[in-house]
Ligand binder design. Structure first.
Ligand code: NAD
Length: 326
């Protein structure tokens, strides 16, 4: 199969592309490199520098390559920015996504796997969160992802699209060659690891008065390789049709302070805890039930422990202390 991966130069995209190529697929990456890196794209993938909002660029991709399916990961994804400046989130995550699927309709490509997010649930009443939990986003990032999901629901009904939506919880970890390198880095695990590796050795903790065991936010971390493999399962599973939504998590929750403790143990570095006010748009507890993906896709996550996730990320950061920058 020939798979178009939008956002294939980004953190999760780079590992998805690597796993696709290792499983024998032909891969075309479309990425505008706004937050991704040329060096993060596997050398065997075809790379096109371009934007999903650019119709002529989309036309070029679908007319030059025989695309069998699309894994759509390109997005704006910084939650704090989505609260202060929602316009680009609507422009890229919703309108850009619609341009992509409209081009797919024109070229008769009907299979799409989409990166969505736990942010569509907002602050759930109870955990674990399964796919029937009420959606109620707390920020425009979650709202735009949910709107695009709903668009695809109607496209699947009207145009016979085969849609798989993956609502990722917190992606973490690295493969040997590809890892997380955002600028600015807002995600907890790379921030802590970089702080231990070469920074101030400070652990910034946002909010200590949440309704959790130690007052800090509770999160569910899923290894990026397990996430990538779920996409491959979704391509492989026979008779998949219509519109399907799957939560992607490990099913185990860790508080921010749990993660700080584990990072100290794995890196051997003491981190100075710096307690700060809550950030806008952070729900107290996010914990997934991924039973549906495990059952229907026969998805077998292999990294069950946070220690394993942290070790893989630490190894990557030690090997590439400047990420993808020289
Ligand atoms: N990282 C997480 O924990 C997490 C959690 C939930 C959902 N997601 C979703 O997973 C996907 C990948 O996330 P990530 O952490 O790898 O982010 P990332 O920023 O590392 O990757 C996004 C990629 O998309 C590209 N891109 C952005 N806008 C584009 C555009 N208009 N046209 C073409 N390319 C564009 C960027 O250059 C980048 O390479 C996103 O859709 C994100 O919303 C991520």
């Amino acid at each position: 199969m020939s798979i178009l991966v939008t956002g294939g130069a980004g953190y999760i995209g780079s590992v998805v592309v690597e796993r696709l190529i290792n499983s024998g697929q032909r891969v075309v990456v479309l990425d505008n490199l706004s937050t991704g890196y040329r060096q993060a794209i596997h050398s065997e993938a075809e790379f096109l520098l371009g934007d999903i909002r650019d119709l002529s660029c989309l036309e070029h991709v679908f007319s030059h390559f025989k695309i069998d399916g699309v894994i759509h990961m390109a997005a704006k994804a910084l939650i704090p920015e989505s609260i202060t400046d929602p316009a680009p989130f609507y422009d890229i995550n919703l309108m850009g996504g619609i341009k992509l699927v409209d081009t797919m309709v024109n070229y008769g490509v009907k299979r799409i796997i989409v990166s969505s997010t736990a942010a569509v649930y907002g602050q759930p009443d109870s955990i674990p969160i399964d796919e029937s939990t009420t959606t109620n986003p707390m920020n425009s990032y979650g709202e735009t992802k949910l709107s695009f999901e709903r668009t695809l629901y109607w496209y699947s009904r009207a145009y016979g699209f085969e849609v798989t939506i993956f609502r990722y919880f917190s992606a973490a970890g690295a493969s040997i060659n590809y890892g997380e390198a955002h600028i600015p880095e807002t995600h907890l695990i790379p921030r802590l690891l970089l702080s231990a590796l070469k920074g101030t050795s400070e652990a910034e903790i946002y909010g200590t008065d949440y309704d959790t065991q130690d007052g800090t936010c509770l999160r569910d971390f899923v290894h990026v390789i397990d996430l990538a493999d779920a996409h491959i399962r979704a391509l492989e599973v026979p008779n998949i049709s219509g519109f399907r939504v799957y939560n992607m998590g490990s099913g185990t929750g860790y508080s921010v302070l749990d993660v700080v403790d584990k990072v100290e143990r794995i890196t051997g570095k003491k981190l100075q805890r710096k307690f700060l006010p809550r950030r806008n748009g952070d729900p107290a507890r996010l914990l997934a039930s991924s039973a549906k993906a495990i059952h229907e896709l026969e998805w077998k996550p292999t990294y069950q422990s946070l220690d394993d996730i942290l070790v893989s990320a630490w190894n990557w950061h030690c090997r590439f202390p400047n990420g993808y920058q020289k």
